[in-house]
Design a protein around this ligand. Sequence first.
Ligand code: ATP
Ligand code: MG
Length: 651
Amino acid sequence: MAVENIAKHPIPAGFENAHAGPEDYRKLYDESISDPEGFWGREGKRLDWIEPYSKVKNTDFTFGDVSIKWFEDGVLNACVNCVDRHLESRGDQTAIIFEPDDPEAEAQHITYNQLSDRVNRFANVLLSQGVMRGDRVVIYLPMIPEAAYAMLACARIGAIHSIVFAGFSPDALANRINDSEAKAVITADTAPRGGRRTALKSNADAALLHCSDKVRCLVVKHTGDQTTWVEGRDVDVKAMMEEVSPDCPPRPMNAEDPLFILYTSGSTGRPKGVVHSTGGYLVYAAISHQYTFDYHEGDVFWCTADVGWVTGHSYIIYGPLANGATTLMFEGTPTYPDAGRFWAVCEKHKVNQFYTAPTAIRALMGQGTEHVEKYDLSSLRLLGTVGEPINPEAWNWYDKNIGKGNCPIVDTWWQTETGGHMITSLPGAVETKPGSATLPFFGVNPVILDPESAKVQEGDPASGVLCIADSWPGQMRTVWGDHQRFMETYFQQYKGYYFTGDGCTRDEDGYYWITGRVDDVINVSGHRMGTAEVESALVAHAKVAEAAVVGYPHQVKGQGIYAYVTLMNGVEPSDELRKELETWVRNEIGPIAKPDLIQWAPGLPKTRSGKIMRRILRKIAEDDYGSLGDTSTLAEPEVVDDLIDNRMNRG
Ligand code: ATP
Ligand code: MG
């Protein structure tokens, strides 16, 4: 369906007392753009500062001189803001609910007082191993409370954490340890997930063979499984936590000191070490958590992301804890022991806000609604999505079956680089449209540029590449160790703007629709088309489970449309079905969008965060699979071989 035909969903009842209503949003947004100093000068005070800031914004997007500073003379500690300052008012409130992988195992409720004890002790363990302010610490942990303790402990002593997703291979881990010259790696013996166990410690052992022998290995004995032990290098964290003092004075940090490094998922190239600041980042994570999710005192907030992704950093740990919330950490997977697990957990812990990715929604959608109907989801007030454009099919399923038509869906567009939400609806303020991230967050000034002329596209509607005209506090400050790469990646192509890499359309109502990466826009016979649109049409067909579309060189059209299609369980591929899908897409979008080649794909290459790696699919479609690039972050590398063997475009 064309964008202009998608109707608005009204703001559901119950959001009259939201943090922002329609007029508040307008007023605050306008202020944030016309007077960023005033707006952020006030909002920065939501944190506790050791030394207050006198300067708010000092930023420059000029290529060659890019420099981003917020609250630059302020001094604070991120851990104090997430833990200590809550102790007096809410020491006995649950800070973290831990739901283990095994549904039979008991959940843990960790209060702010307990969190403080654990974090102080963890920080003292780090100090005892010689970790100092400014040192890098790689965290390679599953979704267990110790991951939160480790992050906050680093923040407490001013060490910079760099989380590596626990599903990554020893190679990917070694690269990240070496790139950041980390002093220590924190891991666990083994990690249960979906009923299976990953041998994390032995992965870390393998990685450390390729690292300096000075790197310490701090091991959380989580399952108690046997691991090899290297005397003098390995440390039993839990045992040591019992020995050290429960008091560790927080280190006063400058607002611009790095809080963490996080490597991007690598779906478009070699991973970059994205550096986030202490002050600006935390202000931005806190304000966006509060407004986007309409977080109120006492709410139970659940973000299903892994702490290995930025979403986990900002919306499991830093945003919720800065706001004194109860945040849920889930160790397991959406389909273990069955496809009802998310909903079972929502019922069990009376979750109020639920935030997940379209890929998870689509996967659960394919399993039928009987897994949903068993559970009481009446505690849910709001639903969110992040990670990729959500196709209207999945949006409607989510709305109807999970939200029961009563929960606003916030579709949050943002990036590792942006620290927090950039374009998203606010639940009490903005009517939604399925598939649109709607309107910008406070302080975010999006512009759409013509990709060739770089001219700003004024007025609605408009289409082109999405850039941001001015800095916001959550913005990344640099690429670790490579400021030049930072400038070249984000500020060179469109001078004076932060270039997001995403294509975008703004409709008649001023709503933003992310059409995917600019690399994913193809030009068929002179028509520019986002591949996401064709994918969305394909997955709307009842027999299609998933689809990925890329361009390939076509003698007549310039570029042709190459579609990889995964069929629903039990559906047999056939030439008739291929024809049926071609006709289907032609009817849904138009003749121009009809795929030229359809390949049946039993699986698609995805990053561990569930994003399709289109750059690999593009290479296969171009019949140039000799140079696939870095595939170390793929979830299942073996699917690539099958796709190569069965490719349609043999040169
Ligand atoms: P890399 O930068 O290494 O290629 P990545 O871009 O996949 O990896 P992330 O920072 O996790 O890493 O993802 C940000 C991207 O995800 C955005 O640029 C956008 O393409 C997509 N995205 C995220 N949220 C949304 C959303 N709500 N709607 C549409 N696209 C989204
Ligand atoms: Mg990216």
